[in-house]
Every structure is written in C-alpha cells, then in structure tokens.
Design a protein around this ligand. Structure first.
Ligand code: M6R
Length: 365
C-alpha cells in the first residue's frame, strides 16, 4: 500500500530514516555506542587477508562505498566486483578469505552464481540481503539482513541505505577485530551512525527545492554526476537512478576523471550534479567544479554549510545538506540523489515504479 504517496518509490524514499534506524538497532548497541553483531562469525577478521565484495546495480554501488570503509577502518584490501564479471573472470582467490554478496532481492542470478563460485573456492561467504528467505540468504554462511521492509519500486532506494548501514557496522566490527580501530574510534563512528536517521530526515526537508530543480533537469539530454571518495560510488548511483526511471542519459564519474574525457561533453545545456560534502577531498572537487563552470556547465552542488561557503563557483544551485562527520555522508546524500531522479521522472511522466524494460529482480543472467 502506498500510504498517501503517489508512488511506492516516494514512500520508500521517505521511509529511510525509520528503516535505517531498524537496521542500526539490529547491529549496534545504542546504549554503549558499540557495534554488537547479533550473529557469530565463522571466521576471524584478523585472518582475512583480502575481501571481495560482489553485487549488481545499486547493491554494487553500496559495496563500492563499503570498500572505502573496510580499507579505512580495518586496513583490509577490498576488491569490488560486478557479479557477472566476478563469476567468469577466474580471479585468484584464497581459501579462508571472505567474500561479501549484497542483494536486495536475494535472487539475482549473477550474484547467486558468484556466491556459489566463491563457496566452491573455499571462501567464507557473508550476504547482506533484504529478503531473509531468499536463495542468496539461504546459501550464505552468514547473513546480515537489512531491515528495509518490502521494497516494491523497481528503483532501489531504502534497500541501498540499509545495505550501507549494515556494511558500515560490519566494517567497524572488522576494524575492531583487526585492532585498527581504538575503542574511542569505534565510539565516534557508532555515534555517527546513530545520528543518521535524524540527518536523513533533515535531508528530506529539501524536497520542495529538488522538485523545482527537477523541472530543469527534465529538459536535459544528458546529466553528469561527479564525486570523490565515497561520493564517487554515490555519483554512479545517482546516474543509474536517473537513467532507469526518467530515461534521461546520465553518467557518474570520479571527479578527478573529468579531465580524462567527460569534460569534452560540457556545455551550457549540461547539468552537472556535484556530490561534495566538506571533507578531505573537498578542495579537489572544487577545482573540478571550476573547470565545469569555466565551460558554461550548470552545476548542482550537494554540500553542507561549510562546503557552500568554500565553493566559490558561478552558475550554481546548492542543495544544503546537514553538517555531519565525513564517514557516513553517503546515506544522507543518497536522499537528494534519489529525490532528484524521482521528481525528474514524475515531470517526464514515466512509470516510476515500473520503468520500461526493467524487472525488480533479475533472475536470469
Ligand atoms: O535484488 P538485487 O539487489 O540483487 O538487485 C540488483 C540490481 O538489479 C538492482 O539494484 C537494480 O540495479 C535496481 N533497479 C537499481 O535501482
């Protein structure tokens, strides 16, 4: 049931503060501000030398964000793969290492085949799934359910932010086990996670501005999304979301790659969505924005108060996100990214919940 929303997608976007709260409650202890995984791990993170993360589509982008977390918090080398590539490319895998699979439906054919392949190679398998009775959940050694509730819209929204939440908890647990995070680091990170529902709710208040912006975007032929660090996979996700429901061509790029090709596309007609919380790499992203502005590109900047103050670039719409610690910005910035795709699709008059040619769960390869 869509409650009072026009589409399931809108309802699911708005449910995010609540369902992320549910996922948090499953994986951490709010009172002590520590990670408290409810399941026993059949491996020790200290013995894991290499982590592979495999998924498709939006779930793959959640994994891509998590790569940054596992590397930073647990100093664990991570390879992120698209399931259809992982299963055929004969990557050298080490038995005893860990492979993580991420899937909303738990039925995606390529992800399931990749899981079976990893098992055959003697890897430990852990899946982050939204449907706990699914095949991927059943066949994995360890399951971390995301408590997003049923996701009906073909475009994945709340499953994505819940996947990120579960993966963040696991990356912190890995850091603790490997001795790369102190108790104080853990407490700080967990505190950041606990703040997420409130910050996501704050992000949702920008919907009217994004709705107005969507009228503009709906006239574009192509849209470019840029980000650095964890905002890079979010840029990929933004472009996927826009193309799958509005049918407007979009591309996500690491901001630093701009000069290596995509800058040739930029003219006055090209909206460029820049996802740039004020973080370690912010200044670098500002110089990329200047390159876009110098070529007449129209910049839509998603940032916070400090970022807005520091980004002195013309021709810009700024979508102001709340101030927050850098680690978990993807969960909060996902909201304007999703809303922009959603409202653009509504303006275009497409079938938002059932976009053409797509299925909610891709059970054939
Ligand atoms: O059910 P899964 O998470 O395994 O699905 C993976 C992709 O098919 C899915 O994320 C797809 O990319 C969505 N339509 C994106 O919105």
């Amino acid at each position: 049931d869509k409650a009072n929303y026009r589409h399931f997608m809108a309802k699911e976007i708005h449910e995010q503060p609540e369902v992320v709260g549910h996922t948090l409650a499953r994986y951490l202890d709010m009172a002590s501000e520590r990670i408290a995984l409810p399941m026993k791990l059949p491996f020790d993170f200290k013995d894991v030398q290499h982590l592979s993360i495999t998924a498709c589509g939006t779930a793959n982008y959640a994994g891509y964000v998590a790569k940054y977390w596992f590397e930073q918090f647990a100093r664990l080398p991570v390879e992120i793969d698209i399931a259809s590539e992982f299963r055929y490319r004969e990557a050298p895998l080490r038995s005893g290492d860990l492979a993580i699979f991420i899937s909303q439906s738990g039925e995606t054919a390529d992800t399931l085949a990749a899981l079976r392949y990893a098992k055959e190679q003697g890897l430990h398998t852990l899946s982050v799934v939204n449907v706990p009775t699914s095949t991927i959940a059943r066949e994995s050694e360890v399951v971390m359910p995301t408590l997003a509730g049923p996701e009906i819209g073909v475009a994945s929204t709340k499953a994505f932010t819940c996947q990120l939440t579960a993966l963040a908890a696991l990356a912190i647990a890995a850091g603790r086990a490997r001795g790369t995070l102190t108790d104080a680091d853990e407490a700080k990170l967990v505190h950041g996670l606990i703040e997420l529902p409130r910050l996501m709710a704050a992000a949702l208040t920008h919907e009217p501005q994004i709705e107005r912006l969507a009228r503009d975007i709906s006239k574009a032929q192509d849209v470019l999304y840029l980000g650095r660090g964890t905002s890079y996979p979010l840029a990929l996700e933004g472009a996927l979301k826009l193309k799958e429901i509005s049918y407007i061509h979009a591309e996500g790029y690491a901001a630093g790659e701009l000069k290596h090709g995509p800058i040739a596309l930029i003219d006055e007609k090209m909206p460029v969505v820049v996802i740039a919380p004020y973080d370690r790499v912010f200044e670098k992203t500002v110089s990329n924005m200047q390159e876009v502005a110098a070529r007449g590109g129209r910049i839509i900047l998603m940032t916070d108060a400090k970022g807005a103050e520091e980004a002195t670039v013309d021709s810009m719409v700024t979508i102001m996100m709340p101030d927050m610690p850098a680690a978990f910005t993807p969960m909060v910035y996902a909201i304007p990214v999703q809303l922009l795709a959603y409202h653009t699709a509504v303006v275009m008059g497409t079938d938002v919940d059932q976009p053409r040619n797509l299925a909610k769960s891709v059970t054939v390869e």
